[in-house]
Design a protein around this ligand. Structure first.
Ligand SMILES: Cc1ncc(COP(=O)(O)O)c(C=O)c1O
Length: 402
């Protein structure tokens, strides 16, 4: 029997790459594909203790239905963190969500009618593109470079189109690992305010800065209540908790809360209370310091290995934080085809093409460095360099060509 599916269902497709990457999840494959934090750094014992303490002390409340907005002390902790970064916030401005992914979905539900124009950096976060496709929005890609979105190109789109939302990952972007510069942050907010367009600031990686000083969040430059800020504990504690948040002005927040109520009533009470307990009882700042140090070492290991093992003429980004490096190979290598050979040789990455809205650059790839120790990063990049040499035999390799 053929069922008639909703129109939006056909707009959100699964890709051939996803199928190959399923194979890459086998334990014998050295995968740099997933956006996975280092599991050995999850504070497992502390999270266990926090859950036990909550169940012991407040078991009945922790297992009961609760409010859509989220657990008060957790919202207060998140609000205090916004204030520390120069954003006016109290607990009432925070909605606890099922990861920041749900924040993306809720913002799209509240702001986008079918056909509405959303501006994204090109390339952009794949699962955000899926959310916008499900909302039947029209995604307009704007070029970006190592300092983030091209503001002149953004200005031109705002002048030409009726833009309903600007979506940005300002810190250590997924997939490129690049950061929106301080000057461009000011320029983006001036443009957003001039055109009165909401800005969706998706910031899962901001706390993972291992080089340089933090830059002002877009929300701290917002004078008109236009910025919706998303954050998450996925990269700083553990993604399995599925806890993130939205910060937004009251006029938007009330609609986001109703949208969440319709989606799932509220996030798990036990996980929220245990996370609040954890944050009140363990040294979160010291934990973040460890994450930054380890990820900084792994990023350096990745950059060094790329220099040694990838073809001369490869361009790669040099992230100041986060989880990803983005590489652009010389010549007309199609990294989608390369992936098949690479998986055969037991090494994996994500081809760049699916991250592009519109015409993709097929010679690009995303590499995750947070999930493997430096010696495995070196081994993996050596293996991938070997695959590249076989795949494009006429490309000189730095390590060999000097
Ligand atoms: C840019 C960006 N936004 C949102 C998410 C979703 O993360 P979570 O829902 O676990 O908070 C991710 C995850 O990789 C991401 O890279």
């Amino acid at each position: 029997m053929t069922l008639t599916l909703a129109r939006r269902t056909s707009r959100v497709t699964t890709s051939a790459v996803r199928e190959i990457l399923k194979v890459a999840e086998r334990p014998d494959v050295l995968s740099f594909a997933g956006g996975l934090p280092a599991p050995e750094l999850f504070p497992v014992a502390e999270i266990a203790r926090a859950h036990a303490a909550v169940l012991e002390r407040d078991g009945q409340a922790a297992l009961q239905y609760s409010t859509t907005e989220g657990f008060g002390p957790l919202r207060e902790h998140i609000a205090a963190d916004f204030r520390r970064r120069g954003v006016a916030a109290d607990a009432g401005d925070i909605l606890v969500t099922t990861g920041s992914q749900q924040g993306l979905d809720l913002a799209a539900r509240v702001l986008l009618d079918p056909g509405a124009v959303v501006v994204v950096e090109n390339p952009s976060y794949l699962a955000a593109l899926q959310v916008f496709a499900a909302a039947e929005a029209r995604v307009v890609p704007v070029a970006s470079d190592d300092d983030g979105i091209d503001v002149a190109a953004l200005a031109a789109v705002l002048a030409r189109e009726d833009v309903r939302l600007i979506y940005l990952v300002p810190n250590f972007q997924n997939p490129r690992g690049t950061t929106l510069s301080a000057l461009r942050r000011q320029a983006v907010m001036s443009l957003a305010q001039a055109w009165r367009v909401p800005v969706l600031e998706d910031d899962p990686y901001g706390e993972l800065r291992f080089r340089g000083a933090a830059l002002a969040p877009l929300a701290s430059l917002d004078e008109a209540g236009l910025v919706i800020s998303l954050g998450t504990f996925s990269k700083t504690l553990a993604p399995g908790l599925r806890l993130g948040w939205v910060h937004a002005a009251p006029a938007l927040m009330k609609h986001l809360v109703v949208a969440k109520q319709a989606a799932d009533l509220h996030c798990g009470s036990l996980a929220q209370r245990a996370t609040a307990e954890l944050l009140a009882t363990f040294d979160f700042a010291a934990h973040l310091t460890t994450l930054r140090r380890v990820y900084g070492e792994r990023c350096d290991a990745m950059l060094g290995a790329l220099e040694r093992h990838f073809p001369a003429g490869t361009r790669f980004t040099r992230p100041d934080g986060g989880l990803f490096v983005w590489a652009e190979l010389p010549g007309d290598v199609d990294t989608g085809e390369l992936l098949e050979t690479a998986v055969h040789e037991k090494v994996a990455f994500v081809p760049g093409a699916p991250f592009f809205a519109g015409e993709p650059r097929r010679n690009t790839l995303r590499l995750n460095f947070s999930n493997r120790r430096p010696e495995l990063i070196e081994a993996g990049m050596a293996r991938l360099g070997g695959v590249l040499r076989e795949f494009a035999p006429r490309q000189p390799v730095r390590g060999l060509a000097g």
